[in-house]
Design a protein around this ligand. Structure first.
Ligand code: PLP
Length: 352
C-alpha cells in the first residue's frame, strides 16, 4: 500500500461528510435539503427529447447560452457569471483563485461544513467566527481573512442575516466575500445586487434546492467580471456537462414553476414549525427549505437515531455547537405527516 505517497494532510483528514444517501428506496429523506417536488415539466420534456449522439462532443467550456440566461435573470452581463458543477465547485474555485498559500479562510461557525474542508485541502489557515448564543450575527471588531464564506440564509440554522448588516460587512472587509446563497429562493430577500455593485463580493447560487435539480450538479457565481475571469482560469475546462447546460436553460425558462414549489415549501415549513413547537421543540425562524430545531426529550442524538430506525432520515451534526439540534428538510405533506406520526410514537415512548 503506497499510503506514503498520499499527501500528509489528505492522509490525516476526515474529508467532507455528505448527508447519507440511502440505498433503500423506502426511506423518507429529510437530511440533505433536496426538494420534495420534481423539476419543471419543461426540464423533463427536454430530457426525453435529447439527442444522445451529441454526447460525443465536449460541452461549451463556458456554457455561453446558460450564462446569458442566468445574466438575464439577475439583470447583469454574461461576463459577470461563471458556471460550476454545483455550487460546491464554485466554492472550491474561489479558494483556488483568491487565497494565497499564506492566506486565510473565514466562515461562521456553525455554517456549511465544506468551507474548512476546502481550507484543509489547500493547507491554509482557517479563521472561523463563532455565531452568537442564538446563532445570530457576531463579527469581531477588526476581523480579517483573505476570503469569507458567508452562507446566507445560513445553513444549518436557516437564519437570514439582514441585508444591511451584510452590506456593511462587505464594504469594510478587506478580502473577498463569497455569499453562498444556496437557499436564497426560500428567503424574503436576497443580496445578489451586492455582488454586482461591490468589487469584492461574489454571490453563489445552485439549481440543487429551489429548482429541484440536485442530480444534474449545476451552480453558478455572479460577481465582478474581473473576479469571474480569475475563476475561469482555475476551473476545470469542461466543468459543466452538455446535458446539464441544456437542462439548466430549460429550468430558467420556467422560473414560475420553481416559484410555485418554493411557495408550497414555505407553507409546509410554517405548518411543520408550528406542529414541532406544539410538541415542545424550539424552532428557529427559517428562510430556507429546512428547519433548525432543538428537540425536547429524548434529545437530538437519540431522536435522530430513533427516526432513522423508523425510516426517516434527518441531519444530526455531532459537534460542540450543534449536538443538541436537528436539521430537518421540509418535505411534501405526506413526508411531514409521516415525520410527525413517528415523532409522536417516539415521544410517547420516551415519556413512559
Ligand atoms: C450552504 C450550501 N452551499 C452549497 C451547497 C452545495 O450546493 P450544490 O449542490 O450546488 O453543490 C449546499 C448543499 O447542501 C449548501 O447547503
Amino acid at each position: 500500500m503506497r499510503t506514503d505517497s498520499i499527501r500528509r494532510v489528505v492522509r490525516s483528514m476526515r474529508g467532507y461528510q455528505p448527508g447519507e444517501q440511502p440505498l433503500r428506496g423506502d426511506v423518507i429523506k429529510l437530511n440533505t435539503n433536496e426538494n420534495p417536488y420534481p423539476p419543471s415539466p419543461r426540464v423533463l420534456k427536454l430530457l426525453r427529447s435529447l439527442d444522445g449522439s451529441q454526447l460525443r462532443l465536449y460541452p461549451d467550456p463556458l456554457g455561453g447560452r446558460l450564462c446569458e440566461a442566468v445574466a438575464r435573470r439577475h439583470g447583469c452581463g454574461s461576463d459577470e457569471v461563471v458556471l460550476g458543477n454545483g455550487a460546491d465547485d464554485i466554492l472550491a474555485m474561489c479558494l483556488r483563485a483568491f487565497v494565497e498559500r499564506d492566506g486565510s479562510v473565514g466562515y461562521f461557525e456553525p455554517s456549511y461544513s465544506l468551507y474548512p474542508v476546502l481550507a484543509e485541502i489547500a493547507e491554509v489557515e482557517v479563521r472561523p467566527v463563532e455565531l452568537g448564543a442564538d446563532f445570530e450575527w457576531a463579527m469581531p471588531e477588526g476581523y480579517t481573512a483573505s476570503i469569507f464564506f458567508m452562507t446566507n440564509p445560513n445553513a444549518p440554522t436557516g437564519v437570514l442575516f439582514p441585508r444591511e448588516q451584510v452590506r456593511e460587512f462587505c464594504e469594510t472587509f478587506s478580502g473577498i466575500v463569497v455569499i453562498d446563497q444556496a437557499y436564497v429562493e426560500f428567503a424574503r430577500e436576497d443580496c445578489v445586487d451586492l455582488a454586482l455593485e461591490l468589487d469584492n463580493v461574489i454571490a453563489v447560487r445552485t439549481f440543487s434546492k429551489a429548482f429541484s435539480l440536485a442530480g444534474i450538479r449545476l451552480g453558478y457565481a455572479v460577481g465582478p467580471s474581473e473576479l469571474m475571469r480569475a475563476l475561469i482560469k482555475v476551473k476545470d475546462s469542461y466543468n459543466v456537462g452538455r446535458i446539464t447546460q441544456e437542462l439548466g436553460c430549460a429550468a430558467l425558462e420556467d422560473v414560475r414553476y420553481m416559484e410555485g414549489n418554493v411557495e408550497r415549501i414555505r407553507q409546509t415549513r410554517a405548518r411543520l414549525g408550528g406542529e414541532l413547537q406544539r410538541r415542545g421543540f424550539r424552532v428557529w425562524p427559517s428562510e430556507t427549505n429546512f428547519l433548525w430545531v432543538r428537540p425536547p426529550e429524548p434529545g437530538a442524538r437519540r431522536l435522530y437515531e430513533l427516526l432513522r430506525d423508523d425510516g426517516i432520515y434527518v441531519r444530526y451534526f455531532d459537534a460542540r455547537r450543534t449536538e443538541d439540534y436537528l436539521r430537518i428538510s421540509v418535505g411534501d405533506d405526506a413526508d411531514m405527516y409521516a415525520l410527525l406520526g413517528s415523532l409522536d410514537r417516539i415521544m410517547a415512548g420516551a415519556g413512559r
